[in-house]
Design a protein around this ligand. Structure first.
Ligand SMILES: [Zn+2]
Ligand SMILES: [Zn+2]
Ligand SMILES: [Zn+2]
Length: 341
């Protein structure tokens, strides 16, 4: 090193292998300092320029920090966040803290005091987890649906049903569809496409409602019948006329049912017959009925004045409770009995 007082030329410095030399001549800025061998530059000038650079960089840095802070403040205002350190947050018992620093995935968000985990990351994680779960469920559902189809194949074939999903049923505009799964009440029944509710349950519900409103309904029906007497009377008559063939066929097909009814009636007659009555008297009444029917050409029935199976009273199968009337009248009378007539 060359001391400030000892003057050396550049050539001498090069020969001695020194980095600087000193001529004692001031530079154009008036520094009387050493100069660098490499570029003839004054050491004083170098120091000054370096200092200037440092100050400039510092200013830029400060400016950047300031703008960043302003942006952060704006961000806080927009998102109604407050700057709070982790320590402060844990002291105040708050669950989150917010420093304004980005997380490693670039989110500027609150962080959990316990794990330092950014809540945006947390949310995304939860979302992806949920999606995975959903996909898994869909896959599982598809598998289950296939299994269900296979296991219910026989049942469907026997009952003429076809297993569909709700989406398929909606696409086909069906009112009902068969899902193949029991409802919560355990009915293996069809479901309504619109509400996805079990048809059997709906039926029971409506029945329950009907039971609840039976009184109201019966009152309404009574009024309706009074107002539409002709309709109800002629309605049945006309129906019988129009469906005579069908009725005959039905009775032939279900003869055992009618035989059963007849025997029930016979049993009831036997029960309602008094022992003192002479069977011949009753037989005579039936014989008379036959005679009248043949004479008039209109079918007559032997009617019980007080019905054997009345609602309020039960009559007896005895001659004084019998009358011969045209069949049509008997049919319209049914088992109604007016005590005061
Ligand atoms: Zn200088
Ligand atoms: Zn994050
Ligand atoms: Zn049900």
């Amino acid at each position: 090193m060359t001391a400030k007082g000892n003057k050396t030329s550049r050539m001498q410095a090069i020969e001695q292998g020194l980095p600087r030399y000193f001529t004692g001549i001031p530079c154009k800025h008036g520094h009387v300092t050493e100069r660098f061998v490499v570029n003839w530059k004054c050491v004083g000038c170098d120091l000054v320029s370096r200092e200037k650079k440092r100050v400039k960089l510092l200013k830029v840095k400060l400016f950047k920090e300031l703008t960043l802070q302003k942006e952060l403040e704006n961000f806080c205002l927009e998102n109604s966040l407050t700057l709070i350190s982790r320590k402060q947050a844990s002291e105040t018992g708050s669950k989150y803290y917010f420093t304004g620093k980005k997380c490693k995935y670039g989110h500027i968000a609150k962080r959990l005091v316990t794990t330092r985990y950014c809540i945006d990351c947390h949310r995304l994680d939860a979302q992806s987890r949920r999606e995975k779960k959903r996909n898994k469920k869909i896959k599982l559902n598809e598998q289950n649906f296939k299994k269900l189809k296979i296991s219910m194949e026989k049942y469907c074939f026997e009952n003429g049903l076809k297993i569909l999903t709700l989406e398929e049923a909606k696409k086909q505009n069906l009112i009902r569809y068969f899902s193949g799964v029991k409802c919560a009440q355990g009915h293996l029944a069809e479901r309504y496409t619109r509400s996805n509710s079990c048809c059997e349950c709906e039926k029971l519900k409506t029945r329950k409602m009907a039971r609840k409103h039976r009184e109201k309904r019966s009152e309404y029906m009574l009024n309706w019948r009074k107002l539409n007497q002709d309709k109800t009377r002629n309605g049945w008559k006309n129906w019988y006329k129009n469906n005579a063939e069908n009725v005959k066929r039905y009775r032939q097909l279900n003869s055992e049912k009618y035989l059963y009814y007849r025997w029930v009636r016979i049993a009831r007659i036997l029960q309602a017959t008094l022992k003192e009555v002479n069977p011949d008297e009753i037989k005579a009444i039936y014989a008379e009925r036959k005679k009248i029917s043949e004479q008039t050409g209109i079918i007559h029935h032997v009617d019980h004045i007080v019905p054997l199976r009345g609602k309020n009273v039960c009559g007896l199968h005895v001659p004084w409770n019998m009358q011969i009337i045209p069949g049509v009248m008997n049919q319209s009378k049914g088992t109604k009995f007016d005590e005061w007539s």
